[in-house]
Write a protein that binds this ligand. Sequence first.
Ligand SMILES: [Zn+2]
Length: 343
Amino acid sequence: MGWGRQRRMLQRQLGSDQRAVVQTCQRNRGACDAKEKAMSLSNNRPPRWRVEMEDALKAAYSFQSGGKAWHSAELAQSLGLAESLGGDIARALIAVGWAQQSEPGKMHLTKTGEARALELIRAHRLWERHLVDREGRSLDAVHGEADHREHEMTPEELEKLDTELGYPAWGPHGQPIPASGEHVSSPAGQPLLQAAIPGSRLRIVRVDEELVELLTQLVVLGLKPGVAVEVLSLAPTLVRLQVGEDVVPLSSDAARHVFVVPAPAQLVPMGELSVGSRAQVVELTGSGKLQRRMLSMGFVPGAEVTVIRQAPLGDPFQYRVKKANIALRRKEANALLVRELHN
Ligand SMILES: [Zn+2]
């Protein structure tokens, strides 16, 4: 189906309810094929054109989350389509109110587009969490299914799932889960290959979820978010790691897609730091809700924190993180485990 038609159909659906769409289909038999009609009637699986539009939206969002405008040709390319289709996709996104053109060739998402993209990301990561936590799936067996389910879930279903899972802050691969209506915080950590200095102790915070073969390899090796490793040696094509009792060889290519933060033996709860000291966030603990709040304030693993002052009665403390001053009660601050910096 062409992008022009996808746009018209989505415009119709966004501007009306499901029944009206079906009526439109029935009035104009040539415009909707029977299969799509059956799908939208029989269950809540969205038709293919809607899925394709939303996938394009998500791809655009990932370009934009680096803070820069994007070009329609690069969007088409990232979707595995010919660059020449970029213009059609861009026009379709503009027509449904998800994107705007700031200057010729430069695109960015509107507030509505961003909100829908975030909802899709939230649905994707919550569903993956559900599959791993509740259905016992392995890390390499959830991404594909979540790519489908993200388009099907209603806001009510999402809220219910979030509550059932206890408001998790991270997806199973270590990607942050945004709260409803909130921005997604930037993912933590640097590539293992970059951080691998022999003798260093590191904690895995995230793995690349797109590469299934790599994920399978990591699952077999026991390398997943939350696991601590020590770098034993570094050769041009191989990193040797100590993981618990085992020595694990990892190819340098794979080590580019595993993200880590420093994990020194001595971590302290942030509320125990004295005024004037500096520290680096290593780990977030506590309820998912609290972890999300901390992330949204900038307390991401790897972030540097300075203790600015303490209230006369001892609580709260004021911290400086990412150029913002933030007051936290000691109890909240203790949910962050940090490594003190001395230089
Ligand atoms: Zn995924």
